[in-house]
Each structure stands twice: as C-alpha cells, then as structure tokens.
Design a protein around this ligand. Sequence first.
Ligand code: SAH
Length: 251
Amino acid sequence: MISIPDAESGKVYLVGAGPGDPALLTLWAAHLLKTADVILPDDLVSDEILGLASPTANIIPVGKRCGQPRITQAGIHDLMLEHVHAGSSVVRLKSGDPLVFGRAGEEIGFLRAHAIPFEIVPGITAAFAVAASLEAPLTDRARASKLILATAHHAAGKVSLTPSWSGAFPDEATLVIYMPGRDFEALAADLIASGISPTTPCTAVSGASTPNEHVHVATLGTLANTNVGPAPVILMVGPEVFQAKAQTRQN
Ligand code: SAH
C-alpha cells in the first residue's frame, strides 16, 4: 500500500498533468487532485483529468478556453497568493511536465519571493508520450546519441531555430519541437537551411495520448505539405522517427 500525503493547506503544488490520458498521471498528481482545495489548470488539461478532482474543489481555469481572453501570468500569481493566504491547498496544474515549456520559472520565482511553500510534481512530457505512441525511440545506441527538446516560440516572439542547431544536428540526434506553429513550410526551410537533410524523417502528432490523436508522417522535404491536425501539435525529427509503427499509424 502506497501512502501519499494529502495536499497541505497554505501550499502550492506545481503539478504535471501529463499529455492528456489520465492513465499517464503520476499517483502523486492524482492524489493531489483528489485532495486539493483549489485547482488552477492550464487549457491543455483535459476534462477527464479535472474529473478526478474532489467535487468540492474550486477549479479556476487559467488558460484560454471558450474564446475567453488569456489570464496574464501576473493574474495567475495573484490567484495562487490569494488562495494560499486564505489557507487553501493549491494545485497549479500544467500539461505534460511543469518544468518543460511551462513558465514554471516565473511561478517558482514568485512563490519564492513571497515565501510561499511549494512542491513540484513531475509529469510525462509530450515528447515522451509521442515517442511511446509512435514506438520511436528518442535515443538509439547507433543513430541518436542526443535528444533535443526545443520550441520555435519564445516570449519575445517567434524565433528562428537555425543558429542554435549548428553543430547539434543533423547527425545522431532526435529533435522534438514543441509549439511548432502552423507554418511548417517556414519551419522546414529553417531546419534545412541549418544543414539538416531534406530526407530526414519527421512526424507531426496532434493530441498525443488522447482519443483525437493524429499522426502525420513526412520528411523535412515534404513537411510543408503536411496537413497537421488540431492543436496541440508536436513535431519529432530525426533518424529514429521512421519506425514501422509511425508509418502504419498515419491518418
Ligand atoms: N509542459 C508541456 C508543454 C507545454 S507547451 C509538456 O511537458 O508537455 C505546449 C506544447 O506542448 C503544445 O503546443 C504541443 O507542442 C505540446 N503538447 C502538449 N501536449 C501535447 C499532446 N497531447 N500532443 C501533442 N503535443 C502536445
């Protein structure tokens, strides 16, 4: 029997909700969801996962849902502070792992500055769910000795991936691009310009680990014509991507 403590009052938990499938939550995350007073979920957190919360929990979505304007980061900080000061236990629920493209640094800085006790609960990041779904190893003894988690977006706007790749790619790496955007033509051109071969396999996966999962197999050279599914979409590039499963799963 595993004993996991209940969510403590006056404390914030930065919790990873995984890629969507509730079965991919950690036991700790699931227990915190059941016992927290207040839950602040991002927009990618599924209703199924929120359904695990206590019926008495105060769930305050802090992503942009139903066309509502997105709450500011400062607004999220204020909510954490307000509820902790009211003596509640607060779960700040983020998709995937909270420390991967999750703005956790800003929240940790705020919590520290206000001397608010907090704990971080890891989750399964989208790259791991996609790799499992495609049956495509992220590393391989012969072909992929590096794993790069990257994004084409930055707080300051869209960034070119090109300069940072020199040397890291094309050989022996798997590159996973979070928030790839919709302009796959520009993205592919950027990667090819940095020296990655147009024949390099890549796969765009939409809604990994959810019932709406879509897999689109391409090469960098044909990526521009890829009709990716609805958000969230992630792109996996590298020699390990062309596994048999990825090709047969195309839809
Ligand atoms: N912290 C999250 C990433 C948040 S950034 C994590 O560790 O996974 C949001 C991006 O993550 C999306 O734009 C998409 O690129 C990726 N993503 C998250 N969930 C996904 C899913 N189920 N399927 C495909 N991509 C996903």
